[in-house]
Every structure is written in C-alpha cells, then in structure tokens.
Design a protein. Structure first.
Ligand SMILES: C[C@@]1(CC(=O)O)C2=NC(=C\c3[nH]c(c(CCC(=O)O)c3CC(=O)O)Cc3[nH]c(c(CC(=O)O)c3CCC(=O)O)/C=C3\N/C(=C\2)[C@@H](CCC(=O)O)[C@]3(C)CC(=O)O)/[C@H]1CCC(=O)O
Ligand SMILES: NC(=O)c1ccc[n+]([C@@H]2O[C@H](COP(=O)([O-])OP(=O)(O)OC[C@H]3O[C@@H](n4cnc5c(N)ncnc54)[C@H](O)[C@@H]3O)[C@@H](O)[C@H]2O)c1
Length: 206
C-alpha cells in the first residue's frame, strides 16, 4: 500500500450499497466536501435525509458496471458478497481506485483513521489488521496534536509561502524553515509575530 493525498473535489465518487456502513463512509466523505453518488435499491434513513437535503445523490437500483465506469473512486459496501466481488474485479481491471469494505485484498485502496488539525492531517492505517487499533491510535494522538496546531499550521503555511517567494538562497531558506518548527512557535502566538516581523524586515516584500 502506498500512502498518498488525493484531491477528489472534481472527481466522481460512487458508493455501491446504502446501509449503515455506506452512511459511515458518506459522513467521512462529506467532511472533506465530497458529494458521493449512492447506488442502492434501499437506503439507510440518514442517507435518505442527506439526499433530501441535496448533499448527496441517490440512484435507487441494484449496482451495475455502467454506474461505476465514470467514477474515480468506488466504495463497495453492499451486503451481497458476489456483487461486491464482481464489481471490485471489474473496477480494478479498469484502473479505478476501489475500496472493498469486507475483503480489502479485492480492492486496491483503504480508508485510514484520520486526525485533522487545520492543515495538519495525520492518517493511521493497519492495512486491515485492526481498524479498532487505527481508531485507538488516532484518539491517542488527539491529545498530543491538540487544537493549537490549527493556527500554528496557518503560521507555518504563511511563513513558507513568503520564504519561497522572497528568499532565493537555499541554505538561508532552510535556516528560516527549520527555525519555524521550534516548539516556542507552537506554544506562543506572540513568538510567531516576532518571527514574521523579523522575516519581513530581513526580506522586505518589494
Ligand atoms: C479506519 C476506518 C476508516 C473509515 O472507514 O472511515 C476503517 N474502519 C473504521 C472503523 C471500524 N471498522 C470496523 C470496526 C469494528 C471493529 C473491528 O472489526 O476492528 C471499526 C472500529 C470502530 O467502529 O470503532 C469493522 C471492519 N472494518 C473492515 C472490516 C472488514 C475486514 O475485516 O477487513 C470490518 C469488519 C466487518 C465485519 O464485522 O464483518 C475493513 C476496513 N476498515 C477500514 C477502515 C479499512 C482498514 C483500515 C485499517 O486497517 O486501519 C478496511 C480494510 C477497508 C475500508 O477502508 O473500509 C474506521 C475508523 C473510523 C474513525 O475514524 O473513527
Ligand atoms: N469497512 C468497514 O468499516 C466495514 C464495517 C462493517 C461491515 N463492513 C461490510 O460492509 C458491507 C455492508 O454492511 P452494512 O452493515 O452497511 O449492511 P446493510 O445490510 O446495512 O446494507 C446493505 C446495503 O446494500 C444494498 N444492496 C444490496 N444488494 C445491492 C446491489 N446489488 N446493488 C446495490 N446495493 C445493494 C442494500 O439495499 C443495503 O442498502 C458488508 O459486506 C460488511 O461485511 C465493512
């Protein structure tokens, strides 16, 4: 398995199956701003509600290849083992990203447990050994990587953008980038201000 971050904002995501696991997958996608298509003859009431609110799309039918062929990412969560296996085989063959929620080896992608702190994202995966352990580790990390990281990451982002466009000497760039990850900048917002003030005065914008 190769870990990678993928921008799915302009991509079609299709979930085959509309039960409780589909709902869990939908909720996760929605927090990333992704509006999936659900293909299922029957759906969990919470999925029906999301469709009524215009947040997702429902196709009330049994899944067929034509429902999946223009998708970028496919999640197979019907309770029909044969359908999941058959669709997974076709989708992998056609080069799709495929999550098979029961037998992960029949797909080629898996969803990790995720901790989000603004621009910081920490993903935990056990390769299907124990989603429970992934969740436990993610929950433990919540304490170390607390809410302070949200503003801290914004500071790091802004500083880095400025450094990239104003410091052309690479060793000097590295000095500034390394300095920004010193703990005091996480702990004390005023230290971030001193850093930026010093950066602007050493490397003026004009
Ligand atoms: C991380 C997370 C992300 C997400 O789904 O969003 C995720 N599962 C989560 C939770 C969870 N899932 C299950 C339990 C019950 C306890 C247990 O079984 O351990 C719990 C724990 C709980 O609910 O606390 C049941 C389960 N899950 C899979 C199977 C089938 C199998 O065994 O392979 C079965 C048994 C079905 C059955 O009983 O028949 C399979 C997969 N689940 C994965 C991801 C992929 C592997 C990731 C990894 O290894 O790290 C993989 C391979 C495919 C996939 O991507 O779906 C999410 C955390 C949500 C969060 O962030 O809070
Ligand atoms: N990855 C995970 O985290 C995880 C966790 C638990 C279970 N699972 C697996 O996920 C699958 C679904 O579990 P669930 O609890 O949501 O089941 P469920 O019974 O609640 O829902 C099954 C859904 O599949 C739909 N369906 C059935 N045949 C279909 C077809 N031919 N085409 C389209 N949709 C069809 C049904 O209408 C229903 O909406 C099971 O295979 C289960 O083993 C995965």
């Amino acid at each position: 398995m190769f870990p990678i971050m993928i921008d799915l904002s302009d991509q079609k995501v299709v979930i085959a199956g509309g039960g409780s696991i589909a709902f869990h997958k939908v909720e996760n996608l929605l927090r990333f701003g992704i509006r999936p298509h659900i293909v299922s003859p029957k759906c969990h009431p919470a999925i029906e509600q999301l469709a009524a609110d215009g947040k997702i799309f429902i196709h009330r039918k049994k899944v067929e290849w034509t429902d999946l062929e223009d998708a970028f990412l496919i999640m197979l969560v019907t309770d029909d083992k044969e359908v999941n296996a058959q669709m997974a085989k076709l989708a992998v063959l056609h080069g799709k990203l495929v999550v098979h929620a029961e037998h992960n080896d029949l797909g080629n992608a898996q969803i990790p447990a995720v901790l989000i702190r603004g621009k910081l994202m920490i993903s935990v995966s056990t390769g299907g050994a124990s989603p429970t352990l992934s969740t436990k580790i993610r929950n433990q990390l919540e304490h170390e990587f607390d809410e302070r990281y949200e503003d801290y990451l914004d500071f790091l982002f802004d500083a880095r953008q400025y450094i990239k466009s104003h410091i052309h000497d690479r060793p000097e760039r590295r000095i500034w980038l390394k300095k920004a990850v010193e703990t005091r900048y996480l702990e004390y917002p005023e230290e971030r201000e001193y850093y930026m003030t010093e950066l602007f005065s050493r490397y003026p914008a004009f």
